[in-house]
Design a protein around this ligand. Structure first.
Ligand code: UDX
Length: 856
């Protein structure tokens, strides 16, 4: 089911989503409302009715703002009074038009010139299966694609058809139909039992005459999120042609990406950014609103286009653009969507289509059950689509007037993952029903065991799944798309793995020139001075300011200004982060721009004589653990008083065990010891011995603010310590982007809260792992004194700590001037653009601007 949509399909999901409704426990761990009423006092307003839906009450209790609660209450009441949803909707799909659903039968529908051949959907008898088998056997290659001859019953065999070998075609046709043998390649799937012949392209030996007017024009609708700017450039580079248009929507909250991509507009007349932006949360109704708005913009633009294809930052082509153009050219006016491939009722339930969701406060609130209208066929699957202009025109121009569209808009404005069903359902029930092709043009890297962990529960009241990033071990999955009508794959994230992207590109376009620089490097910004302020900035500023202070001391310059922070990976290994900053020469009073590479460090130790400890690797504390990709995304290890800490480590497979020998298991305890020497939390770990390398993680549930300073985590077995690591929780020197004041510092940087309750009695055997009474007292006094620090004194403390945990590696100068800083340092700084690790080093693989001067 490699292409299936994000259904809630595995066992874990099933139990998770059923517990959502049956146990009265929602996904956020809150108990659902047991009361059937919610008071106006709680709400902050008088609701228009007595709300009875338990889901709605739960949502109202959890929603943060009054606006959002009012919105939820309004909809809940409208639904309760049965005035909200349409009960029935019309279907405009001609009743005799069953081409989409026919089992083993095809209708003669349309015939038009293409590839100087013809295109046909045809009616047939039960002999079709046999016929297809016969015809496929006599396939012959054409232009690198496997074409096959095929026979069918139809009308008006085009003259080209008679040129093809007809020995395999002696069908008996009814009425005035003729047996026709044509050269075809089947772009669609033929599944036993369910014939899904939706489009076939005839070929009669004459190639498409690709004049420009005749060519297909595509509107690539890029819906983007995150900060993977260079990957977006790389994607655009591989999709770019002057003929097409690239319309980019960037999540309203992603200022960095927006600012940087805006630059493209200056150089490319066919790359445009949507100005009306939405906070397109995962699975949110806003995703459909955004798609509709973008399609509206595209229709009203002066750009010519025949198809719109949506893609995200994590998509990448698996075929050359010409192949996609050729394919769409041959399938003009068809619409490409992927169906769920299962029983519809089951799909509806798993997808939550029978529930109302309301989006506000950047959350999708589930507010109750609903009945879908009668009279139409509900369909859905993947939200990656390829739609023809006539269909988009129909949807956008009639959404407020056409009864079917109006009704569906109401439903899908309150639907989870709406783009996974809206267009499918419109297609099925409109006059466009015959243009439905069950193919989303994508191969998707589903690994449900990893990707279905209810990871979006903070955003949606439902368990959702996400596909995994491609890695080199998934290569065959990509390679297998060659013979299929699949043009894109998802997902790719260079910060997780970039080698696979290079491999894919070289497979498609041939190897890069041998002198191409930095092909294995990747840079991704995680802070920029121009970004809109966020809560995390106080920690980032504290650490980065400290680094700039330390560097300024080193270069004998005045304290500088932080400009940007980037992650730097080489060959998919984290090589540290890069700090770009400005600093002023104390003597000449001249400002220079520099970039430094910094490695975060932790101090892990493993027991020497333990076989078990020898198998432990990457014993680290971090945060932002991604269960799907099994990695902590806080690569730079900026941990502060408000960070949710997580321990990760790899347990390397033992060579001495046979695959059957899985009997070994280890019961371990993890002790979290704060800078005052107090045990703050402990976790029981159970590790199964297994052949494969296992990534383990364990979250600490600690009272925040955490005590700043040096923490220790110890992994202990029955009677010995196996591993320990020391890590830094940085005190905050900033609060709300301003230097922290004494009162606030005392609150945050004391971190004197205790997670374990006062009466927790420490097991005897753990005492040996904690500092003694005397030492604890000293540590405590020190910590309390530290908490009183502000200004210079606080900076000194922070600098001392970052000095231990954030190590400088090297520095380069952004402009020639700065290399003269040597007077201060007595050594020459290299220029950043000549420095392979610098963000200014050449990056040809992402150099989309190079195309600005190339007319293809
Ligand atoms: C999967 C499926 O591929 C998709 O069909 C389904 O809708 C959700 O699950 P997933 O990998 O989970 O996709 O989502 P992701 O690609 O991260 O996001 C989907 C789209 O929403 C992207 O275009 C992304 O840029 C956008 N998005 C996501 C935002 O704009 N903001 C967000 O906060 C999250």
């Amino acid at each position: 089911d490699s292409n299936n949509p994000s259904l809630l399909g595995n066992k874990r999901q099933q139990s998770a989503s059923s517990s959502f409704s049956s146990n009265n426990v929602d996904l956020n761990g809150d108990t659902l409302a047991t009361a059937t009423l919610i008071s106006p006092q709680q709400l902050g307003f008088v609701p228009p009715c007595d709300i009875i839906s338990k889901d709605a009450i739960s949502a109202l209790q959890r929603a943060k703002t009054k606006d959002c609660r009012q919105h939820i209450a309004g909809i809940a009441c409208a639904i309760q009074s049965r005035k909200f949803y349409p009960k029935t909707l019309p279907s405009y799909c001609p009743s005799n038009h069953t081409a989409n659903n026919l089992l083993g039968c095809f209708r003669d529908e349309k015939k038009f010139r293409l590839l100087s051949g013809y295109f046909v959907n045809f009616k047939t008898s039960n002999t079709v299966e046999k016929c297809i088998q016969l015809c496929l056997q006599s396939g012959y290659p054409y232009a690198g694609v496997q074409y096959s001859t095929e026979c069918f019953c139809g009308y008006d065999a085009p003259p080209e058809a008679s040129k093809l070998p007809d020995s395999t075609c002696n069908m008996k046709c009814s009425g005035d139909q003729q047996a026709i043998c044509g050269g075809y390649f089947a772009m669609n799937i033929y599944e036993t039992g369910i014939a899904k012949f939706t489009a076939q392209i005839a070929e009669s030996g004459v190639k498409r005459n690709a004049t420009d007017e005749d060519n297909i024009r595509i509107a690539f609708l890029l819906t983007l999120n995150g900060r993977a700017l260079r990957q977006v450039h790389r994607l655009l580079k591989s999709l770019y042609h002057t003929r097409h248009v690239y319309y980019i929507h960037i999540d309203e909250r992603q200022d960095y990406l927006y600012r940087n991509l805006l630059e493209l507009e200056k150089k490319f007349t066919n790359i445009r950014l949507a100005r009306k932006r939405f906070s397109t949360i995962w699975g949110g109704a806003s995703l459909l609103t955004m798609l509709m708005q973008c399609m509206h913009d595209l229709l009203n633009s002066s750009y010519q286009w025949d198809f719109v294809i949506n893609l995200s930052e994590s998509d990448f082509p698996v075929k050359k653009l010409e192949k996609l153009e050729e394919f769409l050219w041959a399938n003009r006016n068809r619409n490409f969507v992927k169906g769920h491939g299962r029983e519809t009722q089951r799909f509806i339930q798993k997808q939550g289509l029978d529930k109302t969701f309301v989006e506000c406060d950047t959350h999708m609130w589930r507010i109750g059950d609903r009945k879908l209208p009668t009279g139409i066929q509900i369909d859905g699957g993947s939200d990656w689509i390829g739609l023809s202009r006539p269909f988009v025109e129909y949807v956008i121009q009639n959404k407020d007037s056409d009864e079917l569209l109006k009704g569906l808009m109401i439903i899908f404005r309150h639907t989870l993952l709406p783009a996974e069903s809206f267009f499918h359902t419109v297609l099925r029930n409109s006059k466009f029903c015959g243009t439905y092709v069950d193919n989303n043009l994508h191969v998707t890297n589903w690994k449900r065991k990893l990707g279905c962990k209810c990871q979006y529960k903070h955003v949606v009241d439902w368990c959702g799944c996400s596909p995994n990033d491609f890695k080199p071990e998934d290569w065959t999955r990509l390679q297998n798309t060659e013979s299929k009508m699949l043009f894109f794959a998802r997902k790719f994230e260079p910060i997780i793995n970039q080698a696979i992207i290079l491999k894919l590109e070289e497979w498609l376009y041939g190897p890069y020139p041998t002198d191409a620089l930095n092909l294995h490097s990747y840079w991704q910004s995680f802070y920029n001075i121009e970004d809109k302020p966020t809560k995390q900035d106080d920690l980032t500023l504290t650490i980065a300011e400290s680094l700039v202070r330390r560097l300024s001391r080193q270069w004998n310059t005045k304290q500088g200004v932080i400009l940007e922070l980037n992650h730097y990976m080489h060959s998919d290994q984290y090589k540290g982060y890069l700090l770009r900053f400005k600093t002023t020469d104390a003597v000449k009073n001249k400002t220079y721009e520099l970039e430094s590479r910094i490695r975060p460090v932790q101090y892990a130790k493993f027991a020497k004589n333990s076989k078990f400890a020898k198998r432990l690797k990457n014993f680290e504390i971090s945060s932002d653990y991604d269960q799907k990709e099994q990695v902590s995304r806080n690569y730079h290890k900026f941990l502060g008083p408000y960070t949710d800490l997580v321990l990760t480590f790899t347990f390397v497979g033992s060579a001495s065990h046979s695959p059957k020998d899985t009997s070994h298991s280890y019961n371990l305890t993890l002790l979290w010891i704060d800078p005052m020497g107090r045990l703050q939390d402990f976790n029981e770990l159970h590790i199964e011995d297994s052949q494969t390398d296992n990534i383990n993680y364990s979250k600490a549930i600690l009272k925040q603010p955490l005590c700043p300073g040096i923490w220790t985590v110890k992994l202990i077995g029955r009677s010995a310590i196996y591993a320990q690591t020391k890590f830094l929780v940085t005190p905050l020197a900033f609060y709300n982007h301003q230097p922290i004041q004494t009162e606030r510092a005392r609150l945050i940087n004391a971190g004197d809260g205790l997670t374990l309750s006062e009466d927790f009695s420490l097991p005897e055997e753990w005492i040996q792992y904690l500092p003694g009474h005397e030492e604890s007292l000293q540590l405590k006094n020190l910590a309390l004194r530290n908490a009183l620090r502000t200004g210079e004194q606080l900076n000194e403390w922070v600098d001392d700590l970052t000095g231990k945990f954030h190590h400088f590696r090297e520095t380069c100068a952004v402009n020639e001037d700065a290399t003269k800083l040597s007077t201060a340092s007595l050594e020459m700084l290299p220029l950043c653009r000549d420095t392979s690790w610098s963000t200014l080093a050449p990056d040809p693989k992402s150099d989309v601007y190079k195309l600005a001067n190339i007319k293809r």
